[in-house]
Design a protein around this ligand. Structure first.
Ligand code: B3K
Ligand code: ZN
Length: 887
């Protein structure tokens, strides 16, 4: 906790470390309330450091027991203990530093450093948690070899793990077990990990491409031993894929993953010893949904991929976070696309980007992919750094092509293995490997905001030419009033009237130019206005632009409704078929909002309904894609498409479309649902793209059929809820029941809880479905659930599933005109800030868009933010989010 105004850290003030630490020996004498940590570090002054430079170590919340240099105790006259630092004067050029500290894992509710989760000791050190364990230069450009001894009672802590390999294991004279682990790879302190507790082991062998045997080990609480299979299979797939796609092999003899229930985020890639939120490991068909299975596959792979992109090559400083995160998300996306339906996975990437990153880029905490300042680095694990960072890598891949990208990656791995580097180093590897100038492309790392691209088309039948004129603008963001144009790859096709894409010859190209017969090309926008003229275009084509979402921009299309319906049915780029459906749906919803505001009666346009019906009935399409195309745009993205967010208007229009489709296409929806349900009846659950697609389309049909006000789907929803043998379908049924009046929904909630009360991850779903149900008294339900014995402010998953889900995904409840929802959230942020600042700061998110609402809501949200800001002793985390939101 800080009381004075927290300091801003600037990239421009980066200086290399004064002392390096080639190796460190750690000893942990574990005790829930008083764990003693002895750290023996070899320290070496760097050549550029003056001899009188003090040794500055980071440390927070530590009880300092003793300090010694080369074995001789150092008294307080030579050191200065500040709030978050220990400064030691007059140190030799090279020496051994021994620091003894005492920490309280059981009292550590912030879940950073060493803490206890259900009796399991575990660590979370990224970004700056190691300083909560011992005094150390806790920065990623200090890379050390770690040797870790853990001392504990084997009866209570039968499993004791750290990074690397065990090198000694004995019962000491004290009757305790002393186990020593050694990690041969130098690493930054944020990758250190320790775990100790009563854990069940699920083990499986793996042979790497060069023939080395690796033992894969999953540790879970014993009651979860039956939920490890999918995570283990995912890990093996990831290992094989990284060998094949990037030539990257695993480098230790053991790969360990531990699943714990109390974890601030998804997972952590500590070298050789990942620690995971159990949500991203545990799965059984009856407890986990398809989306959980997908999440596990993606996150297990993501953390594994970090072994090369993050661990072997790490970040010089935390401003470079996207160096490892953007790149690893991109690799994860490629992996998922190769294992699940590629188009569906791309649609998911874009949905996430639009729902989370676009609003961030347009709001008060907008920052570049490579930020240049921060108050609390934990606040910068953002969708911009992760998801937009991944889009930047994807654009590089698109611009230079897969072969050049592979050469660039090879050079990056070869040149920087074992180093802590910058985003410039990454881009330079690609430029050097391919003799390219990527200087302008680098603007994607430094300029914040989502470029807006508008396009004008002109067809001249006489000269048979077709012109595309693109104009890009990038609005100011905090601290960046003026921007330069971005390099934007626009993957393009022109679809002819017969539905076939045309050959794309640019007017200035010879007819026999190698590119001239391609039907898809990447047009690169480098200036504010860029024009492309195509030759031999007899009839006006329908352009299919930004295929596969080739750049993270907002494309303003002037296409007619009929063109969108045409693309929905004919575009040979599956992503753009989906995009056409989304654009069309957004348009229809906007018109309905305007109609409602003007008091006009609401009517679902027949053309839209017909396009919808054609898609649903198209047997040639993958059911997964049909489901994506027919899923209405989410409320968060719809809000993003409005200058002034009309809360009631969005909800009402979306509900109207849902109900009208359910009503007018009832027969078709019932037919599709019954057919899919019959196809799956009696088959054991399988997580393969085809089965996932069928379930998702069936559940979508059910959602339309069961929209409040309709009744056709209710009976089927109830039956599905009661009889499904897998969580995806059971939840599909429950979600429909949840939106009905209490007399119908409550018995379902009660039955669900009675069945699943001993499965925390399922209880999270129970909270979340209730928190997001769109009913009149949503907040009262949430307030009641806060009192439920299963609710706890100490468990981040629980907080996210009730408070987080309500605030972010129940606009009707959260934005209740009285402002009660805002008061509720402010209260929870204030309470939580005292125990877990990282989670508290995340909850500020829904307030960030406050300036985009109507005057009354603006005033109420602002008041709530000001009430938080006025609190004494706010954490840096919450202070930064709140003060930037109000600025
Ligand atoms: N690197 C971690 C995130 C750590 C967040 C620290 N506040 C997980 C990941 O991105 O793989
Ligand atoms: Zn990551």
């Amino acid at each position: 906790m800080k009381t004075d105004t927290p300091k801003t850290i600037l990239l421009s003030e980066y200086t290399p470390p004064a002392y390096l630490v080639p190796s460190i020996d750690l000893e942990f004498r574990l005790d829930p309330h008083a764990t003693r940590v002895t750290a023996v570090s070899r320290m070496e002054r760097t050549a550029d450091t003056p001899a009188d430079a003090p040794l500055v170590l980071n440390g927070a919340g530590l009880k300092l027991v003793s300090v010694a240099i080369d074995g001789a105790p150092v008294g307080p006259d030579r050191w200065l203990q500040e709030e978050e630092r220990l400064v030691i004067r007059k140190v030799p050029a090279a020496f051994e530093l021994t620091v003894v500290t005492e920490i309280d894992p059981a009292g550590n509710t912030a879940l950073e450093g060493l803490y206890l989760s259900n009796g399991i000791f575990c660590t979370q050190c990224e970004a700056e948690g190691f300083r909560k364990i011992t005094y150390f230069p806790d920065r990623p450009d200090v890379m050390a070899r770690y040797r870790t001894t853990i001392i504990g009672d084997p009866a209570v802590l039968p499993v004791m793990l750290s990074n690397g390999n065990p090198v000694a294991d004995e019962i000491g004279e004290d009757g305790l077990r002393h186990i020593t682990w050694e990690d041969p790879f130098p690493k930054p302190s944020y990758l250190f990990a320790l775990v100790a507790g009563d854990l069940a082991l699920c083990e499986s062998p793996f042979t790497t491409m060069s023939g080395r045997d690796v033992s894969l080990r999953l540790y879970v609480e014993p009651r979860n031993a039956d939920k490890c299979e999918h995570a283990m299979a995912s890990l093996k797939k990831a290992m094989v894929w990284d060998e094949q796609a990037y030539g990257r092999e695993y480098d230790l003899d053991i790969y360990m993953i531990v699943a714990v229930d109390d974890f601030n985020m998804g997972a952590m890639e500590n070298k050789g010893l990942n620690v995971f939120n159990s949500k991203y490991i545990l799965a059984r068909p009856d407890t986990a949904t398809d989306s959980d299975y997908g999440g596990i596959e993606a996150v297990v792979a993501h953390e594994y991929f970090h072994n090369w992109t993050g661990n072997r090559i790490t970040c010089r400083d935390w401003f470079q976070l996207s160096l490892k995160e953007g790149l690893t998300v991109f690799r994860e996306q490629q992996f998922v696309a190769d294992h699940q339906s590629a188009a569906v996975s791309r649609i998911h990437d874009v949905r996430v980007l639009r729902a989370a990153q676009f609003p961030e880029d347009a709001g008060p905490t907008a920052h570049p992919v490579r930020p240049d300042s921060y108050i609390e680095i934990s606040n910068f694990y953002t969708s911009t750094v992760y998801n937009k960072g991944a889009e930047v890598i994807r654009m590089l891949h698109t611009l230079i092509g897969p072969e050049a990208f592979a050469r660039g990656m090879d050079l990056y791995f070869e040149r920087h293995d074992g180093q802590a580097v910058t985003c410039e180093d990454f881009v330079r590897a690609h430029a050097d490997a391919n003799e390219l100038d990527l200087g302008d492309f680098f603007r994607w790392y430094v300029q914040a905001g989502t470029p807006e691209v508008s396009v004008e088309t002109r067809h001249d039948p006489e000269s048979r030419s077709f012109e595309l004129t693109f104009t890009q603008t990038l609005k100011p963001t905090p601290g960046q009033p003026v921007k330069k144009p971005m390099v934007i790859p626009v993957r393009t096709a022109l679809i002819g009237a017969d539905g076939a894409p045309l050959a794309l010859r640019l007017a200035n190209e010879a007819a026999d130019a190698p590119e001239a017969d391609q039907t898809e090309r990447v047009l690169v926008l480098e200036d504010r206005v860029t024009r492309f003229t195509f030759a031999d275009v007899a009839e006006r084509p329908v352009p299919s632009l930004l295929r596969g979402f080739s750049a993270p921009v907002k494309l303003e299309t002037r296409a007619e409704d009929a063109d969108l319906a045409f693309l929905m049915g004919h575009d040979d780029d599956a992503f753009n078929r989906w995009e056409a459906a989304q654009t069309y749906a957004i348009r229809v919803i906007h018109r309905l909002i305007a109609d409602a505001a003007a008091g006009r009666p609401l009517v679902l346009p027949a053309d839209f309904r017909d396009a919808f019906a054609r898609t649903i009935g198209d047997d040639s399409l993958d059911p997964a894609l049909i489901a994506e195309a027919l899923t209405l745009p989410g409320e968060s993205y719809l809000a993003e498409t409005m200058t002034r967010i009309d809360v009631e208007g969005i909800t009402a229009a979306r509900q109207f479309v849902r109900r009208e489709i359910g009503r007018s296409l009832e027969g078709l929806l019932l037919e599709v649902f019954d057919r899919l349900a019959a196809e799956d009846a009696g088959k054991p659950y399988s997580f393969d793209p085809a089965s996932v697609g069928r379930r998702s389309l069936a559940n979508l049909c059910l959602a339309y059929l069961g929209a409040p006000g309709g009744t056709a789907g209710l009976e089927r929803a109830r039956r599905r809820f009661e009889t499904a043998d897998n969580m995806t379908d059971a939840l599909g049924g429950l979600l429909v029941l949840a939106d009905q009046e209490d007399a119908l929904s409550q018995p379902a909630f009660d039955a669900f809880y009675a069945r699943w009360k001993d499965e925390p991850l399922v209880v999270d779903k129970w909270f979340m479905v209730q928190a997001t149900a769109s009913r009149a008294n949503a907040l009262d339900h949430v307030l009641k659930l806060m009192e439920h014995p299963a609710f706890s402010m100490r468990n981040p998953n629980r907080v996210r599933s009730l408070i987080g889900a309500f605030a972010a995904s129940n606009p009707r409840g959260f934005h209740e005109a009285s402002g009660r929802g805002y008061d509720f959230l402010a209260d929870q942020i204030i309470t939580l800030d005292a125990s877990n600042p990282q989670i508290a700061a995340r909850l500020v998110g829904p307030f960030k868009r406050w300036r985009r609402y109507d005057d009354q809501r603006q005033a109420l949200m602002r008041q709530a933010l000001e009430r938080i800001a006025a609190r004494q002793g706010l954490s840096r985390d919450v202070y930064e989010m709140v003060s930037k939101s109000l600025a």
